[in-house]
Ligand binder design. Sequence first.
Ligand code: SF4
Ligand code: SF4
Length: 337
Amino acid sequence: MKKLPKEKVKPFVEKLLQDYEVLGPMETAGFASFGRIMSPGELKLNYQNSKKTPKEAFFPQWEVMFRYRSTGQSVEVKSAEDTGRRRILFGIRPCDIRAALLLDLVFDSLDFKDPYYINKRKGTIVVGLGCNHPASTCFCTSVNGGPFSREGADFFMTDLGDGYLVEVLSQKGRKLLRGFDGKEASEEDKERAKAIADSATRGISSVIEADGLMEKLEKLTEAPFWDFLHEKCLGCGICTYLCPTCHCFDMADEAFDLKGQRVRCWDSCLFPLFTLETSGHNPRPTGRERIRQRIMHKFNYFFYTHKAIACVGCGRCIIHCPVNLDIRRVIDDIHRE
Ligand code: SF4
Ligand code: SF4
C-alpha cells in the first residue's frame, strides 16, 4: 500500500497520459460522465456517481464493426476491431467495475466471444476509486457489492483527504507504479482508510431483498402485477441506457453506392420496436410485456444463465427516471405479491 499526496496526482496522471489513453470522470454539460481526458485538470474525482456509465469504454453506444466495398466482381471487407490500444479507466466506482464483470459474462463467455468488447476490455487497466459518500439511492451492498469492493480492480484508490491510499491488485496494476511518485502508506493512513470504508458501508441506507427474488419471479410471469407496473412507465429507455449492466444492441448496415459499414448501437427492451418482427408480429406488444422483460432479465433470466443478478445497485435508474419508477419499490412489491 502506498500513499499519493493530492499535489502529486497531477504529475502522476501526466505520466500516465504519456503512455496510455486515459478515460476518467469529467464534467460534461453539468454532470459527471466518463470520457477521454487529455490533461489531468479535466479529471473530476470528487464525483458521486457519473450519470453516463463507463461501460461505454468497452461497449460504446455506437460503433463500426466492419466496412465493406464492392469492386464489381467481389466485396472487400475490412474489420474495424479495436486492437492494441493501451488504456486506463481511471477513478471508476466499485459498482461500475462490478458491472463490467457482469458484462464479461455476456461478451466473453465460453459459448460466445465478442472480439469488439474483449479487445477493448483486455487492453484496459482498471483504476478503482472507493465511494466515501454513497448516494441515498445506492444499494450496492444488497447485490454482492460495496462502496469499497476491490473486486475487478487492478489498482485501487481511497481518498484520505490529503492524499490517496493506493493499492496494487494485479500485474496490470503494477505497471502504473512506473509513473508513481508516492511513498509507503503509514499504519495511520491504513487505519484511516479502513475507517472511511466502514463508515461509507454503514452509510448505505437503501436495501433490496435479493434472496428468493428469482424464485418469486418464476411464479409471477402471468401475474396482474405487471398490468399496473407498466402504466407509469413512459418507455423512454433512460433506465436502460444509463444502466451499467444493460447490454442489448441492434445492428444495421449504413450503405451508400458501392460501399458501406455495419454498425451496432445500444437498444432497449422498453422500446416497442425492439422485438417487432418483419411479419408485423410483436411478441411483446405492450408496456406490460416490456417492463416485465426488464425486471425478469435482471433478476431471473440473468441469474438462471450466469448465477448473478444483473444489477449492481448504482441507483441511476432511480435518480434519472422521469416518472420516479423506483426499482427498490418494484422489488419490494414483487416480494409482497
Ligand atoms: S426511465 Fe422510467 S419511464 Fe423511462 S423507460 Fe425506464 S422506467 Fe420507464
Ligand atoms: S437496474 Fe438501476 S440500480 Fe441496477 S444497475 Fe441498472 S441502473 Fe443501476
